[in-house]
Design a binder for this molecule. Structure first.
Ligand SMILES: [Zn+2]
Ligand SMILES: [Zn+2]
Length: 1013
């Protein structure tokens, strides 16, 4: 953009984010700045950032994903700036059900069976194409946002090297004796025909109307005596094998007509109310007395599987799963359809009956119900119970039930044989791994993650689907032995015949047969692996492990991960499980957890809700930096409630910041200011108190921002940089030094102000680079790059500044706060008295008992006088002030630590100066309207309403001319006839009207043409 000029350059006056960003982006692309920065910053200590891979299930990232990537980019840029050698590979989670479903929909495939008809090979090719196309589109969107990651080489979980790492991980689990094949009760989607993970089950719920029935289980050899149970899933009754009661509860035998029922005493009233029956309690006894009581299964006559189960249909005890909040205290138990039932059934040796197939239909052993979908069979089962005389009451209940997060089919629970990794026994090691990890915020680990780990269960890793890492288990058709294959090489070395294997995916891998030790042939178990096992292995797989061990040796474990709060039970958990199983440790050292991106009312953003905003919509309207700055100031672990108003406000900050640089750039470039010639250390004797104050603020800001960034509290860093740039610099220091920068000659005083301002601005710019990389690059290229000979090609190559404690002064900053308090009190007092800020006053007196206020009036005496626009500002004793309080001449105001006295008696000279300042302000306004360069000269005239004003202004002629850069000023009264090209305007000042005319000197050849009319 700008060649090396040797001095501060000129920054465009207007901040137009879209132009700025387009220009910077083009420069980065042209000069390959990302690679340049990466190359130069690769010598320091390693910093392994691990990207949590998004699902490429759509081509545009959600705004929350864009926020997530902005946080990552900010950390990466910061760490590079600090000299770390950063690993910045992004990733995509390419396998899984969402992609399979998208392909099913695209081709109108409706079931798992139809996929076979469609052709598995074709199906897999389509899944791959879909994942890769979307990943490429998301890459484009992220790169466009200014995310500097290695977009040429993202890790993709469907690539063979990645699959090989999954296989290695599973083989490792097997070698440790952790991989088993066994019966587990799982949540199952009957449409997708696969098991779902616990995390997936939490993703979608819906309100369902289900039956609520009270059923009588007839007690063996005790006619008309029944155990009363309650259930909302009649379809599980064909699989009933027991009844649970609580050994600690009191149970009752009640009379109802000519029958007697057994139920918990505490539930008697509630059940009477709900069933509309009336019970008479005959006797009560503890739950323990019921243990072993045998009953006849009510559906025995219709369901063959219910017959001949000698160890079933009896009462068992459970203190943990029988409650008094609903039902009868006697719980129908079907271990094939409930985790708790399974657990209790295993302990009490009940058999497992499971009469439901993969599609959620009853199998032939279910007799009358065979072939029916389970939920559809409910009414028929209720009718049958009624006809058999076992139904006491049937009602309905509405409750929230989990549905498949992809296809919205209600899930069922069923016992199936699955492959799993046993980890329950490692709970203590998991807990201590959390303790040795740095969690931000701390409670995310100490509370949320540990709470989740309390329910640690064995990891069911098999899925009955297609587009995933194939489970590397081969089983011998002759002897039944299993073999876990750990790599492609192992597979090919043991294959029965030579095979052509274009990828390790199904269906190609299914065709590979292995030779068993027994001489038989082994075929692959058809399952694929849980995608959470894949992403859980990302820390190793993306390094090419185990084929490439040296990279892992250098980088592993990951130093830093950051994801949203939903990942507690997902990726944070998956990584930990995989790390503990394969390497015996947690694969990450630091976790940052952020919130969700919601709409302004706190609802999730979805296209279907009509409240969806994409990051690209924001950046197209307001710019990438505004988006980044806005999302990064949000307290990271809280939810972001997206609001257009708020983001516009934050964009306003960026304009303020830009204007501060414009101010400095305008004067410094005009003066060809070269900061290297006279650095701040050689100007120390010329620094004013406010300069030293700003230097103190600068170094304190470096110190604090560095701490915040090191602690990953990015929002704190953003707020501190904002305070420094907007409050300290724009609203304060720039105002204080305005007059010093206008001075023509290069005095040491002016250079001290320049050097201070330059240092503060350059420092703040570097601190801001990770937050708003475009704006900072643009300012750097236009204004700063040429100013110092050693400046590198990009602002992102500058090193992070170091805080120098010698510049930090608590008293200077404390006294400045007090000085500002005095100034605001004076300003309020002026307002109250109708005295303009521009009107000088002869003196201001201050009384105070505070030592800091007293010191402030000394330290900042010049600044106070100047800013308060007073000839004198004095500290006086209370006694001498008390004489003034009655005086008409003084106005006073209390400021907490003392009192201000404002002298209202204005002399002619003060009046003249006040009027002159009014004139100057308006003429400067006119210069702006004429779009004059700051250094161009003008000719001016003033028509005053009376000789009095003309006289006052005449005495200020030199001052006015200096301020408005006028070569000549004519002052007159009465009417004037003015020829072009003067720009003229009439102004009301106080009670009277003036007319001013300005003309650019270079455009005026003739003498001024204002003549008396
Ligand atoms: Zn489904
Ligand atoms: Zn064998």
């Amino acid at each position: 953009m700008v060649a090396k000029s040797g001095h501060v350059g000129e920054l465009p006056k207007q901040y137009d984010p879209l132009t700025v960003e387009a220009e910077v982006k083009a420069t980065w692309e042209r000069e390959d700045t990302y690679q340049l920065v990466k190359r130069r910053k690769s010598k320091g200590k390693k910093f392994y950032f691990l990207d949590g891979p998004p699902f490429p299930s759509s081509d545009t990232p959600h705004i929350g994903t864009s926020w997530n990537k902005v946080i990552k980019d900010t950390v990466i840029r910061y760490k590079r700036s600090r000299g770390f050698h950063v690993r910045d590979q992004p990733g995509y989670d390419c396998h899984g059900l969402p992609i399979e479903l998208a392909i099913e929909q695209k081709f109108g495939v409706k079931s798992k069976k139809e996929i076979q008809g469609f052709g598995l090979e074709r199906f897999i090719i389509e899944c791959r194409k879909f994942a890769e196309t979307n990943a490429a589109a998301m890459t484009h969107a992220f790169a466009d946002l200014g995310i500097w990651m290695d977009w040429n080489k993202p890790y993709m979980t469907h690539e063979d090297y990645y699959i090989e790492c999954d296989w290695w991980g599973l083989k490792r689990a097997s070698e440790k004796g952790l991989l088993t094949h066994g019966l587990r009760v799982v949540h199952w989607c009957p449409r997708c025909e696969t098991v779902l993970s616990d995390y997936e089950v939490t993703l979608a719920y819906t309100s369902l109307r289900d039956p609520s029935i009270y059923v009588k289980f007839p007690i063996v050899d005790r006619p008309k005596e029944f155990i009363l149970i309650w259930t909302t899933t009649p379809w599980t009754l064909p699989s009933n094998v027991g009844v649970m009661v609580n050994p600690n509860f009191e149970y009752a035998k009640v009379k109802c007509g000519d029958e007697t029922y057994i139920l918990a005493k505490e539930r008697v009233n509630a059940v009477q109310t709900e069933t509309g029956q009336s019970f008479q309690i005959l006797e009560t006894f503890p739950g323990t007395k019921l243990e072993g009581l045998r009953y006849k299964p009510p559906l025995e006559s219709l369901v063959p599987a219910q017959r001949n189960l000698p160890s079933a249909h009896r009462v068992v005890l459970s203190s943990e799963y029988v409650t008094l909040t609903e039902g009868t205290g006697c719980v129908h138990t079907a271990p094939g359809h409930g985790e708790e039932d399974y657990e209790v059934g295993e302990r009490t040796h009940l058999p497992v009956l499971m009469l439901v197939d993969d599609q959620g239909k009853f199998v032939s052993e279910a007799g009358k119900y065979a072939g029916r979908s389970v939920r559809d069979a409910n009414p028929e089962i209720i009718e049958d119970l009624k006809a058999l005389g076992f139904l006491l009451h049937a009602g309905e209940i509405e409750h929230r039930s989990p549905v498949c997060w992809r296809c919205k089919t209600p899930l069922i629970i069923r016992a199936t044989k699955q492959w799993l990794i046993q980890i329950t026994q490692m709970k203590n090691q998991f807990m201590s791994a959390v303790d040795s990890t740095l969690w931000i915020p701390e409670w995310a680990g100490a509370n949320q993650f540990k709470n989740w780990l309390q329910g640690l269960k064995d990891w069911v890793i098999s899925r009955q689907r297609f587009w995933g890492t194939p489970l590397p288990v081969w089983t011998c058709t002759a002897c039944g032995k299993n073999r876990i294959v750990g790599s492609r090489k192992e597979l090919l070395d043991n294959a029965v015949s030579n095979v052509d294997l274009p990828t390790l995916h199904r269906p190609w891998v299914d065709a590979v047969r292995l030779r068993c030790e027994c001489g038989g042939e082994m075929t692959r178990v058809e399952d694929v692996i849980d995608v959470w096992f894949e992403s859980g292995g990302a820390s190793l797989a993306c390094l090419g492990y185990p084929a490439n061990a040296s990279d892992a040796k250098f980088w592993w474990p990951a130093d830093f991960i950051v994801e949203g709060r939903d990942q507690i039970s997902a990726w944070f958990f998956g990584l930990l499980r995989h790390g503990m199983v394969t390497m015996g440790r947690c694969p990450y050292k630091t976790v940052l957890m952020h919130g969700f991106a919601l709409d302004s009312e706190g609802r999730e953003m979805h296209k279907s809700l009509g409240n969806y905003v994409s990051a690209s919509e924001v950046t197209r309207k307001l710019g990438r930096d505004a988006f980044r700055y806005y999302v990064l100031q949000t307290t990271l672990w809280e939810d972001l409630q997206f609001s257009w108003d708020a983001i516009r406000q934050y964009q306003g900050d960026l304009s303020t910041i830009w204007n501060t640089y414009v101010f400095a750039s305008t004067y410094m470039s005009l003066d060809k200011y070269a900061p290297g010639k006279l650095p701040i250390n050689r100007l120390r004797s010329s620094l004013r108190a406010e300069d030293r104050w700003l230097l103190s603020r600068t170094h304190r800001t470096i110190k604090e921002v560095t701490t915040s960034m090191d602690e990953y509290k990015i929002h704190e860093a953003v707020r501190k940089i904002k305070t420094f740039l907007v409050e300290d610099l724009s609203h304060t220091y720039v105002r204080y030094i305005r007059r010093r920068t206008w001075v023509e000659k290069q005095s040491r005083d002016k250079l001290a102000a320049y050097a201070t301002l330059y240092l503060a601005l350059k420092t703040a710019l570097i601190l801001l680079t990770p937050i708003t990389p475009f704006l900072t690059e643009s300012i750097y290229q236009h204004m700063l790059r040429g100013a110092e000979p050693k400046h590198p090609e990009s602002v992102h190559l500058l090193d992070w500044p170091k805080a120098e404690s010698k510049w930090i002064s608590d008293p200077l900053e404390e006294e400045m706060k007090n000085a500002q308090k005095l100034l605001s009190t004076i300003a309020e007092l002026r307002l109250k008295k109708g005295l303009k800020q521009r009107q000088p006053v002869p003196q201001i007196l201050v009384t105070s008992s505070s030592g800091t206020v007293k010191k402030a009036t000394k330290t900042y005496s010049d600044l106070l006088r100047d800013q308060a626009n007073s000839r004198k500002l004095k500290l006086v004793s209370k006694s001498s002030a008390s004489k003034l309080t009655d005086s008409e001449r003084f106005a006073s105001s209390d400021f907490g630590d003392g009192t201000i006295f404002l002298d209202l008696k204005l002399t002619k000279s003060e009046l003249a100066e006040g009027l002159a300042r009014d004139v100057v302000r308006r003429m400067q306004q006119m210069r702006k309207e004429m779009d004059l360069k700051v250094d161009s000269f003008v000719h001016a005239y003033i028509i005053a309403p009376s000789p009095n004003e003309a006289g006052l202004l005449n005495s200020q002629r030199r001052y006015i001319a200096g301020e408005v850069r006028a070569k000549e000023i004519r002052i007159a009264t009465g009417d004037m006839k003015v020829q072009q090209p003067y720009y003229t305007k009439r102004w009301q000042i106080g009670e009277t009207t003036f007319e001013f005319g300005l003309c650019e000197a270079s455009k005026l050849n003739k003498k001024p043409v204002a003549t008396k009319g």
